[in-house]
Design a protein around this ligand. Sequence first.
Ligand SMILES: [Zn+2]
Length: 280
Amino acid sequence: MVALITGQITQVSPRVKRLLAPNPGPFTGPGTNTYIVGKSELVLIDPGPEIVSHIDTLVDELAGNIRWILVTHTHRDHSPAAALLKKRLGSSVEVLGMLSAHDGPSFDQDFISDRPFGHGDSIKTEEFTLTAIHTPGHASNHLCYFLEEEALLFSGDHLMDGSTVVIAPPDGHIASYIDSLSLLFDYPIDVIAPAHGGLISRAHEEIEKTIRHRLKREENVRAALLLDSSRSISDLTPFVYDDVPVFMHLIAQQSLLAHLIKLEEDGEASEQQGQWTLLK
Ligand SMILES: [Zn+2]
Protein backbone atom coordinates (compact mmCIF):
# COMPACT_ATOMS: atom_id res chain seq x y z
CA MET A 1 0.00 0.00 0.00
CA VAL A 2 1.40 3.41 -0.99
CA ALA A 3 1.63 5.79 1.99
CA LEU A 4 -0.54 8.91 2.10
CA ILE A 5 1.80 11.90 2.21
CA THR A 6 0.44 15.44 2.00
CA GLY A 7 1.66 17.49 -0.94
CA GLN A 8 3.49 14.65 -2.70
CA ILE A 9 2.29 13.19 -6.01
CA THR A 10 2.52 9.40 -5.85
CA GLN A 11 1.84 6.68 -8.42
CA VAL A 12 -0.80 4.35 -6.94
CA SER A 13 -1.51 2.15 -10.00
CA PRO A 14 -0.26 1.93 -13.63
CA ARG A 15 -2.49 4.78 -14.84
CA VAL A 16 -3.28 6.63 -11.61
CA LYS A 17 -1.42 9.17 -9.47
CA ARG A 18 -2.64 10.70 -6.22
CA LEU A 19 -2.05 14.03 -4.49
CA LEU A 20 -3.27 14.38 -0.89
CA ALA A 21 -4.53 17.90 -0.11
CA PRO A 22 -3.48 19.55 3.17
CA ASN A 23 -7.02 19.62 4.64
CA PRO A 24 -7.16 16.90 7.32
CA GLY A 25 -10.10 16.94 9.76
CA PRO A 26 -12.98 15.03 11.33
CA PHE A 27 -14.91 14.95 8.02
CA THR A 28 -11.94 14.55 5.69
CA GLY A 29 -9.66 12.08 7.53
CA PRO A 30 -6.08 12.61 6.27
CA GLY A 31 -7.40 15.12 3.68
CA THR A 32 -8.94 15.02 0.19
CA ASN A 33 -7.30 12.77 -2.40
CA THR A 34 -6.99 14.35 -5.83
CA TYR A 35 -6.39 11.75 -8.53
CA ILE A 36 -4.65 12.15 -11.89
CA VAL A 37 -5.49 9.53 -14.55
CA GLY A 38 -3.44 8.89 -17.70
CA LYS A 39 0.01 9.67 -19.12
CA SER A 40 -0.54 11.84 -22.18
CA GLU A 41 -4.16 13.05 -22.05
CA LEU A 42 -4.88 13.61 -18.37
CA VAL A 43 -8.04 13.57 -16.31
CA LEU A 44 -8.10 15.10 -12.83
CA ILE A 45 -10.67 13.72 -10.37
CA ASP A 46 -11.75 15.85 -7.38
CA PRO A 47 -9.48 18.91 -7.65
CA GLY A 48 -10.06 19.57 -3.92
CA PRO A 49 -10.33 22.70 -1.80
CA GLU A 50 -8.97 26.18 -2.64
CA ILE A 51 -5.54 25.78 -1.07
CA VAL A 52 -2.76 27.58 -2.96
CA SER A 53 0.03 25.01 -2.36
CA HIS A 54 -2.25 22.17 -3.54
CA ILE A 55 -3.27 24.08 -6.68
CA ASP A 56 0.35 25.09 -7.44
CA THR A 57 1.48 21.44 -7.26
CA LEU A 58 -1.33 20.40 -9.61
CA VAL A 59 -0.58 23.18 -12.12
CA ASP A 60 3.10 22.10 -12.28
CA GLU A 61 2.11 18.48 -12.83
CA LEU A 62 -0.74 18.97 -15.29
CA ALA A 63 0.25 21.91 -17.50
CA GLY A 64 0.06 21.04 -21.18
CA ASN A 65 -1.57 17.61 -20.83
CA ILE A 66 -4.73 18.12 -18.80
CA ARG A 67 -7.97 17.73 -20.77
CA TRP A 68 -10.71 17.15 -18.19
CA ILE A 69 -11.44 17.93 -14.53
CA LEU A 70 -14.12 15.67 -13.04
CA VAL A 71 -15.77 16.12 -9.65
CA THR A 72 -17.49 13.35 -7.70
CA HIS A 73 -19.74 15.90 -5.96
CA THR A 74 -19.72 19.53 -4.92
CA HIS A 75 -18.92 19.45 -1.21
CA ARG A 76 -16.41 22.14 -0.41
CA ASP A 77 -13.50 19.75 0.11
CA HIS A 78 -13.90 18.35 -3.44
CA SER A 79 -14.75 20.85 -6.17
CA PRO A 80 -13.76 24.49 -5.42
CA ALA A 81 -10.25 24.19 -6.93
CA ALA A 82 -11.80 23.31 -10.33
CA ALA A 83 -12.51 26.90 -11.36
CA LEU A 84 -9.06 28.15 -10.27
CA LEU A 85 -7.29 25.31 -12.07
CA LYS A 86 -9.24 25.96 -15.26
CA LYS A 87 -8.28 29.63 -15.06
CA ARG A 88 -4.58 28.74 -14.73
CA LEU A 89 -4.45 25.75 -17.08
CA GLY A 90 -6.50 27.15 -19.97
CA SER A 91 -10.09 27.40 -21.10
CA SER A 92 -9.81 24.24 -23.27
CA VAL A 93 -9.89 22.15 -20.06
CA GLU A 94 -13.40 20.81 -19.54
CA VAL A 95 -14.84 20.81 -16.00
CA LEU A 96 -17.53 18.15 -15.57
CA GLY A 97 -19.86 17.01 -12.80
CA MET A 98 -23.44 17.25 -11.61
CA LEU A 99 -24.99 20.28 -9.92
CA SER A 100 -26.44 19.91 -6.43
CA ALA A 101 -30.15 19.99 -5.71
CA HIS A 102 -29.42 21.65 -2.35
CA ASP A 103 -27.32 24.46 -0.99
CA GLY A 104 -25.76 25.38 2.36
CA PRO A 105 -22.33 26.04 3.85
CA SER A 106 -20.93 22.61 2.94
CA PHE A 107 -21.74 23.04 -0.78
CA ASP A 108 -19.65 24.72 -3.47
CA GLN A 109 -22.42 26.82 -4.95
CA ASP A 110 -20.12 28.37 -7.55
CA PHE A 111 -19.44 25.04 -9.28
CA ILE A 112 -20.16 25.08 -13.01
CA SER A 113 -20.10 22.03 -15.29
CA ASP A 114 -19.08 22.94 -18.84
CA ARG A 115 -21.80 20.62 -20.17
CA PRO A 116 -24.41 18.29 -18.68
CA PHE A 117 -22.63 15.20 -17.39
CA GLY A 118 -24.12 12.24 -15.51
CA HIS A 119 -24.79 8.53 -15.23
CA GLY A 120 -23.31 6.49 -18.11
CA ASP A 121 -21.32 9.35 -19.60
CA SER A 122 -17.71 8.45 -20.42
CA ILE A 123 -14.31 9.97 -21.02
CA LYS A 124 -12.37 7.93 -23.58
CA THR A 125 -8.71 8.33 -24.50
CA GLU A 126 -6.26 5.99 -26.26
CA GLU A 127 -5.15 4.78 -22.81
CA PHE A 128 -8.39 4.37 -20.85
CA THR A 129 -12.15 4.71 -20.46
CA LEU A 130 -13.70 6.35 -17.40
CA THR A 131 -17.44 5.99 -16.91
CA ALA A 132 -19.63 8.01 -14.55
CA ILE A 133 -21.99 6.12 -12.20
CA HIS A 134 -24.64 8.22 -10.44
CA THR A 135 -24.51 7.23 -6.77
CA PRO A 136 -26.78 9.50 -4.72
CA GLY A 137 -26.84 8.96 -0.96
CA HIS A 138 -23.96 10.87 0.62
CA ALA A 139 -24.79 13.68 -1.83
CA SER A 140 -27.63 13.81 -4.35
CA ASN A 141 -25.24 14.81 -7.14
CA HIS A 142 -22.60 12.17 -6.34
CA LEU A 143 -20.83 10.42 -9.23
CA CYS A 144 -18.36 7.55 -8.89
CA TYR A 145 -16.01 6.97 -11.84
CA PHE A 146 -15.11 3.49 -13.10
CA LEU A 147 -11.71 3.05 -14.75
CA GLU A 148 -12.36 0.02 -16.97
CA GLU A 149 -8.76 -0.97 -17.76
CA GLU A 150 -7.86 -1.32 -14.06
CA ALA A 151 -11.26 -2.40 -12.67
CA LEU A 152 -10.79 0.57 -10.35
CA LEU A 153 -13.57 2.71 -8.90
CA PHE A 154 -13.00 6.32 -7.87
CA SER A 155 -15.58 6.29 -5.10
CA GLY A 156 -15.45 9.93 -3.95
CA ASP A 157 -17.24 10.05 -0.58
CA HIS A 158 -19.56 7.14 -1.33
CA LEU A 159 -17.02 4.73 0.17
CA MET A 160 -14.13 5.83 2.37
CA ASP A 161 -11.13 4.07 3.83
CA GLY A 162 -11.28 3.74 7.61
CA SER A 163 -14.29 5.91 8.39
CA THR A 164 -18.05 5.82 7.98
CA VAL A 165 -19.62 8.13 5.43
CA VAL A 166 -21.85 10.86 6.93
CA ILE A 167 -25.34 11.01 5.44
CA ALA A 168 -26.74 14.47 6.23
CA PRO A 169 -30.38 15.12 5.20
CA PRO A 170 -31.93 16.60 3.19
CA ASP A 171 -29.25 16.13 0.52
CA GLY A 172 -28.02 12.91 2.12
CA HIS A 173 -30.49 10.01 1.89
CA ILE A 174 -29.96 6.53 3.35
CA ALA A 175 -32.26 4.54 1.06
CA SER A 176 -30.55 6.07 -1.99
CA TYR A 177 -27.16 5.41 -0.39
CA ILE A 178 -27.91 1.68 -0.04
CA ASP A 179 -29.43 1.49 -3.54
CA SER A 180 -26.31 3.13 -4.96
CA LEU A 181 -24.10 0.61 -3.16
CA SER A 182 -26.17 -2.22 -4.66
CA LEU A 183 -25.81 -0.65 -8.11
CA LEU A 184 -22.02 -0.93 -7.82
CA PHE A 185 -22.31 -4.75 -7.85
CA ASP A 186 -23.14 -4.41 -11.57
CA TYR A 187 -19.56 -3.29 -12.21
CA PRO A 188 -16.51 -5.63 -12.15
CA ILE A 189 -14.69 -3.53 -9.54
CA ASP A 190 -11.50 -4.90 -7.95
CA VAL A 191 -10.06 -1.82 -6.25
CA ILE A 192 -11.63 1.28 -4.72
CA ALA A 193 -9.79 4.62 -4.76
CA PRO A 194 -11.67 6.77 -2.22
CA ALA A 195 -11.47 10.55 -1.79
CA HIS A 196 -10.39 10.01 1.82
CA GLY A 197 -7.87 7.35 2.86
CA GLY A 198 -5.90 4.71 0.98
CA LEU A 199 -6.81 2.24 -1.76
CA ILE A 200 -9.28 -0.49 -0.76
CA SER A 201 -8.87 -3.96 -2.26
CA ARG A 202 -11.55 -6.70 -2.43
CA ALA A 203 -14.05 -4.07 -3.51
CA HIS A 204 -17.20 -6.19 -3.57
CA GLU A 205 -16.51 -7.46 -0.02
CA GLU A 206 -16.13 -3.86 1.13
CA ILE A 207 -19.41 -2.85 -0.52
CA GLU A 208 -21.23 -5.80 1.10
CA LYS A 209 -19.71 -4.91 4.47
CA THR A 210 -20.87 -1.31 4.10
CA ILE A 211 -24.45 -2.35 3.29
CA ARG A 212 -24.46 -4.73 6.29
CA HIS A 213 -23.14 -1.94 8.53
CA ARG A 214 -25.98 0.39 7.48
CA LEU A 215 -28.66 -2.26 7.96
CA LYS A 216 -27.22 -3.11 11.39
CA ARG A 217 -27.39 0.59 12.33
CA GLU A 218 -31.00 0.68 11.18
CA GLU A 219 -31.67 -2.32 13.44
CA ASN A 220 -30.08 -0.36 16.34
CA VAL A 221 -32.44 2.55 15.63
CA ARG A 222 -35.49 0.23 15.79
CA ALA A 223 -34.18 -1.32 19.03
CA ALA A 224 -33.59 2.12 20.60
CA LEU A 225 -37.12 3.24 19.64
CA LEU A 226 -38.52 0.08 21.21
CA LEU A 227 -36.97 1.00 24.58
CA ASP A 228 -39.41 3.88 24.90
CA SER A 229 -42.56 4.84 23.04
CA SER A 230 -41.32 8.26 21.92
CA ARG A 231 -37.81 9.69 21.77
CA SER A 232 -35.88 12.67 20.45
CA ILE A 233 -32.74 12.38 18.32
CA SER A 234 -30.51 13.41 21.24
CA ASP A 235 -32.15 10.73 23.47
CA LEU A 236 -31.59 8.09 20.81
CA THR A 237 -27.97 8.92 19.89
CA PRO A 238 -26.14 7.27 22.84
CA PHE A 239 -28.10 4.03 22.29
CA VAL A 240 -27.75 3.87 18.52
CA TYR A 241 -24.09 5.00 18.46
CA ASP A 242 -22.81 3.31 21.64
CA ASP A 243 -19.75 2.16 19.61
CA VAL A 244 -18.88 5.73 18.50
CA PRO A 245 -16.89 8.18 20.72
CA VAL A 246 -19.08 10.83 22.40
CA PHE A 247 -17.25 13.72 20.65
CA MET A 248 -18.52 12.31 17.32
CA HIS A 249 -22.16 12.14 18.45
CA LEU A 250 -23.17 15.53 17.02
CA ILE A 251 -21.96 14.41 13.60
CA ALA A 252 -23.60 10.98 14.07
CA GLN A 253 -26.93 12.69 14.73
CA GLN A 254 -27.10 13.67 11.06
CA SER A 255 -26.86 10.04 9.97
CA LEU A 256 -29.31 9.08 12.72
CA LEU A 257 -31.84 11.54 11.28
CA ALA A 258 -31.23 9.98 7.85
CA HIS A 259 -31.99 6.52 9.29
CA LEU A 260 -35.16 7.80 10.98
CA ILE A 261 -36.31 9.38 7.70
CA LYS A 262 -35.80 6.00 5.98
CA LEU A 263 -37.95 4.27 8.64
CA GLU A 264 -40.58 6.99 8.16
CA GLU A 265 -40.50 6.49 4.38
CA ASP A 266 -40.88 2.73 4.94
CA GLY A 267 -43.94 3.36 7.16
CA GLU A 268 -42.13 2.04 10.25
CA ALA A 269 -41.73 5.26 12.26
CA SER A 270 -43.23 8.72 12.57
CA GLU A 271 -42.15 12.04 14.03
CA GLN A 272 -44.15 14.64 15.94
CA GLN A 273 -42.58 17.75 17.45
CA GLY A 274 -39.14 16.18 17.43
CA GLN A 275 -40.27 12.92 19.08
CA TRP A 276 -39.88 9.71 17.07
CA THR A 277 -42.19 6.72 17.49
CA LEU A 278 -41.96 3.20 16.11
CA LEU A 279 -45.19 2.26 14.35
CA LYS A 280 -44.74 -1.49 13.96
ZN1 LIG B 1 -18.82 14.81 0.60
